[in-house]
Design a protein around this ligand. Sequence first.
Ligand SMILES: Cc1cc2nc3c(=O)[nH]c(=O)nc-3n(C[C@H](O)[C@H](O)[C@H](O)COP(=O)(O)OP(=O)(O)OC[C@H]3O[C@@H](n4cnc5c(N)ncnc54)[C@H](O)[C@@H]3O)c2cc1C
Length: 498
Amino acid sequence: MPDYDVVVIGAGNGGLTSALTLAKAGRKVLLLERHNVPGGCATSFVRGRFEFEVALHQLSGMGSPENPGPLRAILGEMGVLDKLEFVEMENLYRVVVPGQFDITLKCERNLITRELQDRFPKEKEGIVKFFDLVYDCSMQMIQGLFFHDPEISKEKYPLYFKYALKNTQDILDGFFDDPLLKAVLSIYWSYLGVPPSSLPFGEFAIMLFAYIEFKPYHLKGGSQALSNALLDEYLRGGGEVRFNCAAKRIIVADSRVKGVITEDGDTISTDYVVSNASTLLTYIELIGREHIPAGQMEQFKSSTIGPAAFTVYAGLDCEPGEVGIQETTNFISTTTDMDGAFGKWKTLEQQGVSLLTCYDVSDPDFSPPGTCQAAIVALQYAEPWYSVPPQQYYDTKYRYADGLLNLAERVFPGFRGHIEEVEASTPLTHLRYLGHPGGAIYGFDQYAKDSTLFLSPRSAIKGLYFAGAWVGSGGFQPTLTSGRTSGRAILKSMRKQQ
Ligand SMILES: Cc1cc2nc3c(=O)[nH]c(=O)nc-3n(C[C@H](O)[C@H](O)[C@H](O)COP(=O)(O)OP(=O)(O)OC[C@H]3O[C@@H](n4cnc5c(N)ncnc54)[C@H](O)[C@@H]3O)c2cc1C
């Protein structure tokens, strides 16, 4: 008998829901996490009197009890829904081009359409047609793909087959002339990490559809509350966890998983492993090149490591309104050239598109009374940081943070004067805490070929499964879902064996 039915490596979103799915089904599961807290990206840290949210800006897929989204169902199934408090955000987002343009979109399709038509009267007709396509294409993806229609075909789902893999920019160009309107409508591209010119329309459409239909949510206590709740439920179900305990090796023989060796030198026998670590680290470092299935290295060669993030976490000694922050989600864009903005992610230059989130607008209790916190995020690749000499790292980091704070000051005058605590994280911070190549927060770049449409949680090595951003889309909803998918796939395989 193996020591455990399953060993799960990594307690990020995907690892937690995978471990929990398996423990709930009565399997003997061991969860190994290299850090000392659960969550991976889904975590927080404390500076002074502020507990800063690391990652979660807008939770997608929740929906209300009356109009439940897929994530609500999953969290219900995991047994944590009643233990958490979710707050619906009032608006979708605000886009500010400092000194030039400012718009806030509500969370209702009709209200968004009307607002955009008022602001861009020449594009009236295109706006209606664009949302028709976003909605119709999303519905076809949901019915055909997500509900696994066995009769999926071009004839039955023509919009999905025609548009899902087209790039989003071409679709926008087909409907609109005004670059500002295109920028406002596609600003969520930065949540997917790929500019509209390379972003598969299917991925973009379903994201916009889901945020409008199921609304963006904030979570009381932040994402750490979710990670803690998932872990508690897992432990209650009999699961075991070891923190500060990285997996060092996955033992493979005859193309089958046989066990895991921890960094403490413990050898644990098991027939199944779920890895929430990157697929690169899992194959190359934990398994070893001699066991990598044929074709896997070729697949790696054609994928590129996705972006990490630079974030300034600011604790202010005032309420949000005092510095003019009225919205939770504020995209600040200094350009309408999204390819140009994306290009800056590979440099240490000031970004074209940044996001300022103030959780306290949706949840006034989020920070201590009379204070608020804002996270200013600019996505960024790790490459430019690799060439910063160690002795210049802090100067470079604080210079970059200073640029983002100046941007916040332009939009919210007085912001800087109210800062009580400030911290910054670079792509190297994410690399250090997650152990992922490039500190990537969404796994591989989500170009069409690496899209969720083509990735599987299963490996060619028997008993090896994956969960998390490296085998699908990044973000909370996709990674929480992917853990459940891999957990279920293992349960199915176990039933077959029996
Ligand atoms: C600044 C920022 C902003 C974001 N904003 C949003 C947002 O608004 N909405 C949204 O949906 N998503 C957002 N995301 C993305 C989202 O947080 C991530 O895509 C998601 O949490 C990744 O989950 P995961 O399951 O892939 O695991 P990860 O979070 O990547 O965690 C992997 C875990 O595996 C562990 N691990 C790695 N190697 C080993 C090993 N050898 N042994 C043991 N453990 C190991 C790591 O320590 C880590 O805990 C954001 C992320 C960041 C950083």
